[in-house]
Design a protein around this ligand. Structure first.
Ligand SMILES: [Zn+2]
Length: 392
């Protein structure tokens, strides 16, 4: 062997070892820096509040858990969501959302689409090479991970892709009160994984996706982002996407859409829409939130508003502040249109899925009755899914 070949082989081996090392070391470091937890004292939940919480069917509409390279079936001290912590929080249903592209210097006022943090994240976390250059493959890969979790959970996680799967989940929970399974739903954060091709809606549907967020932090082929540079409405392609999502009975999520996109969607959709994770401007005036009249219009069309658990949405992030935001929502749009939209593993820092009984306790403390609490913690969401998911 020539010296040059030896050197090349040595370098090759070094790269392989370095990459293997990166795959081992990077995920906890990456998630530790990008999905932060702030220390807090344990929230105390009075026994009677816990008893009320245990009777609820709880659903949350937004978690970016699939972005992070850890086994969601095992308890982790990273982020906020895994199966054990969902079980401890008495969750019945969790919507998992796939993040596929985020801009460098991400902010709530103006981002363009020229940069992307997720490419490096995909490489550093050892995602398959097909995901490195394709937003569609990134969404499909995260969907595959959810499918694997369901398959490996021994029945503890169940897919909810249809009304019949929802009914099967609720029956299984009623039949096994000590080991209640949890329903998993799948959605995208932004419709850029369509890569401008309407037929990719079918690819997402076939992979189990039932909710499509139209925008994320930058303007895309569908229209303007709330945090983009144009603040434009729907494009022609965006209008075609809305019609196709209606036909496929997929739920449209307006979180992160520009106000004009939201008004444009409301003008043409024949199904109600969801704001999967948001705050309310009249309660917390930040650039992350839609004005109250737009929220009222969403609710008036039968929509649901998932209230987030982080500071930029609700101005504080204690269980007490979350309860306050939920009750403001009820006063604004009525008790039937408010739901939970945490933004677990994306923006939440001060509580985890197992701390959710503290929100029930805070709602009780503020004088909410059990019927109202039951609606906003999940009953509204179950009713919505029972009407708007595909039948089978
Ligand atoms: Zn988001």
């Amino acid at each position: 062997m020539t010296t040059t070949r030896k050197i090349l082989l040595g370098l090759g081996a070094l790269i392989v070892v370095a990459y293997a090392g990166l795959r081992l070391v990077a995920p906890p470091l990456v998630e530790g820096s990008m999905n932060r937890q702030v220390p807090h004292r344990p929230y105390t939940v009075p026994t009677d509040a816990q008893a009320v919480h245990n009777t609820l069917t709880v659903m949350d509409w937004h978690a970016d858990t699939l972005l992070w390279q850890r086994d969601m079936l095992d308890r982790s001290d990273r982020g906020q969501v895994d199966l054990p912590r969902l079980q401890a929080g008495n969750f019945a249903l969790q919507m998992f959302t796939t993040v596929t592209k985020t801009p460098r210097g991400q902010n709530y006022t103006a981002n363009d689409a020229s940069s992307d943090n997720i490419t490096l994240l995909a490489v550093a976390q050892g995602w398959p090479m097909r995901t490195w250059g394709s937003l569609l493959e990134r969404a499909l890969y995260q969907g595959q991970r959810l499918d694997d979790y369901v398959a490996n959970s021994g029945g503890a996680l169940m897919w909810v892709r249809s009304r019949s799967e929802l009914q099967a989940l609720l029956a299984a929970r009623a039949g096994a009160p000590d080991t209640k399974p949890i329903g998993a739903l799948l959605g995208t954060e932004g419709a850029h994984p369509l890569e401008g091709n309407i037929e990719n809606i079918d690819r997402l549907y076939d992979a189990g996706f039932r909710m499509v967020g139209l925008l994320h932090f930058f303007d895309n082929e569908i229209g303007g982002s709330l945090h983009g540079t144009s603040k434009a409405g729907l494009t022609d392609f965006g209008r075609a996407v809305v019609r196709r999502l209606n036909e496929k009975e997929m739920i449209i999520d307006l979180s992160h859409a520009s106000e004009q996109v939201a008004w444009d969607v409301l003008a043409i959709t024949n199904r109600p829409v969801v704001m999967s994770h948001t705050g309310l401007k009249g309660h917390c005036d930040t650039p992350r939130n839609f004005p109250d009249d737009l929220m009222k219009a969403i609710a008036a069309r039968g929509g649901l508003i998932g209230i987030g658990f982080w500071k930029a949405a609700i101005c504080d992030d204690t269980p007490d502040a979350i309860a306050e935001a939920l009750l403001y929502g009820v006063s604004l749009v009525g008790a039937d249109h408010i739901a939970l939209g945490s933004d677990w593993d994306g923006a939440v820092q001060a509580l985890t899925a197992e701390d959710v009984p503290a929100i029930t306790a805070a709602l009780l403390e503020k004088g909410a009755d059990a019927q109202l609490i039951s609606k906003i913690m999940g009953e509204n969401s179950v009713r919505f899914l029972n009407k708007w998911l595909p039948k089978n």
